[in-house]
Design a protein around this ligand. Structure first.
Ligand code: C5J
Length: 222
């Protein structure tokens, strides 16, 4: 597929399809589904669920074009050996990571709530990066996979905009990847963080990356 310019802020993104992967961050049941851990903490999951349909359309177009897709999940080993004690106690909530939650043990690999929502479920040949932190590069093999596959650009989607999406975009930017973020495919429980999280990426001439819409990307890959 040929290189194309995608309309974006702060200026058009020079899209190199063969060197670009779609990286879908943490679209996990515990964050997005009613009755999950996110809602149990008092969050409004509809703020995240509005990203499902745009992500699905983008994922379908991306797969149809034969481009590379990767997914991430935030979570920990069942024995909690990779869970920093500071993360375990953060928030002082009644239930924390590793405790029994509404969809199995909270953010533990292999539990129902930790898995990706069915609407965006990975295909067998799409790498799933299990990450213990907010950024997808920390303590994972993402960098090796991207390098081995010749990836130089990332379209980053998922949740939440200001936490795992922002952290991953910043980590990727420091490693030399160009990141494009479709605003309708990322979500925050907090509208102000959604707006500011996107502003932070595209400010100062695109200090961490570019912001666009899924429609612009679909037009380029379709
Ligand atoms: C993600 C979080 N995925 N907010 N996690 O953003 O704790």
């Amino acid at each position: 597929m040929d290189t194309a310019n995608i309309a974006a802020e702060p200026y058009p993104f020079e899209f190199k399809p063969d060197k670009c992967a779609l990286l879908i961050i943490d679209m996990q049941r515990d964050f997005l589904e009613p009755g999950g851990f996110g809602e149990m903490l008092g969050n409004d999951v509809s703020q995240l669920r509005r990203t499902i349909e745009p992500n699905k359309r983008l994922l379908d177009a991306w797969r149809a074009a034969g481009l590379q897709v990767m997914h991430t999940r935030e979570g920990h080993r069942p024995d909690l050996s990779d869970l920093p004690p500071a993360k375990k106690v953060r928030g002082k909530s009644e239930k924390t990571i590793g405790d029994e939650g509404p969809m199995g043990r909270i953010l533990i690999r292999g539990e129902a709530g930790h898995d990706i929502i069915p609407e965006l479920y990975p295909l067998p040949d799409e790498p799933v990066i299990d990450k213990p932190g907010k950024g997808a590069f920390f303590a994972t093999d993402l960098q090796a996979i991207l390098q081995n596959r010749g990836i130089q650009q990332l379209v980053v989607t998922g949740v939440t905009t200001e936490v795992c999406v922002n952290t991953t975009v910043r980590e990727a930017n420091d490693r030399g990847y160009e990141c494009l973020v479709p605003e309708d495919c990322v979500g925050s429980y907090f509208p102000i963080f959604q707006e500011m999280g996107l502003n932070m990426i595209k400010a100062q001439g695109g200090i961490f990356g570019w912001v666009t819409t899924s429609g612009e990307i679909i037009a380029a890959v379709g």
